[in-house]
Design a protein around this ligand. Structure first.
Ligand code: URA
Length: 181
């Protein structure tokens, strides 16, 4: 997708403390793209998005919606882990934006599920999660459904229902799931 450029990325200073860059993975023909915030500890070691505890929550939501990782494309706004999983700074989000923008233009998703407020703010600045979660917003011809981050579900299990509902909504909007099926 972005080739060796990402592994050698020095556009911000996050690479200094990270082990690995974490590119997006999954079906490059998918109609549905899931976008999280940034790699955590496990993702940083493995080099793949959502392979830790948050990934298990995400897999449950995919399963509940009749989806799996081969049917969607999963990525993050930020490709190198922020130290101690702190929120990425705006300047890091700006520096990293070329990768997410590249992924969106090459995959051409029809639906994007944003996981957490960093991804929500990237597309819909100023929109508050508590009003936006589970609703559909238009962004450059793409339907965006914001929802809570799986890590927020781990902290507050009552949010899991919201994550599942949003995933089910996205799955129902995308009857073909990918341009190959
Ligand atoms: N949290 C994220 O936002 N992304 C990951 O890949 C893992 C945890």
């Amino acid at each position: 997708m972005y080739g060796p450029e990402l592994e050698r990325c020095r556009l911000c200073s996050l690479f200094k403390e990270a082990q690995k860059a974490v590119p997006g993975t999954g079906n490059e023909l998918a109609e549905i793209m899931l976008i999280g915030e940034a790699p955590g500890r496990e993702e940083d070691m493995v080099g793949k998005p959502f392979v830790g505890r948050s990934g298990k929550v995400l897999d449950r939501a995919l399963l509940a919606a009749g989806l799996n990782r081969e049917m969607v494309y999963i990525t993050n706004i930020i490709k190198h882990r922020p130290p101690n999983n702190r929120r990425p700074y705006n300047k890091e989000i700006r520096a990293c934006s070329r990768y997410i923008d590249q992924e969106i233009s090459s995959i051409g998703p029809k639906y994007i599920l944003t996981l957490g407020s960093t991804a929500l703010q990237y597309f819909l600045p100023g929109v508050k999660m508590r009003y936006a979660a589970g609703h559909v917003f238009k962004w450059q011809k793409i339907d965006i459904v914001p929802t809570y981050h799986p890590a927020a579900v781990l902290r507050n299990p009552r949010l899991e229902e919201k994550l599942l509902d949003a995933m089910v909504l996205v799955a129902s909007l995308a009857p073909h799931k990918s341009s190959s099926s």
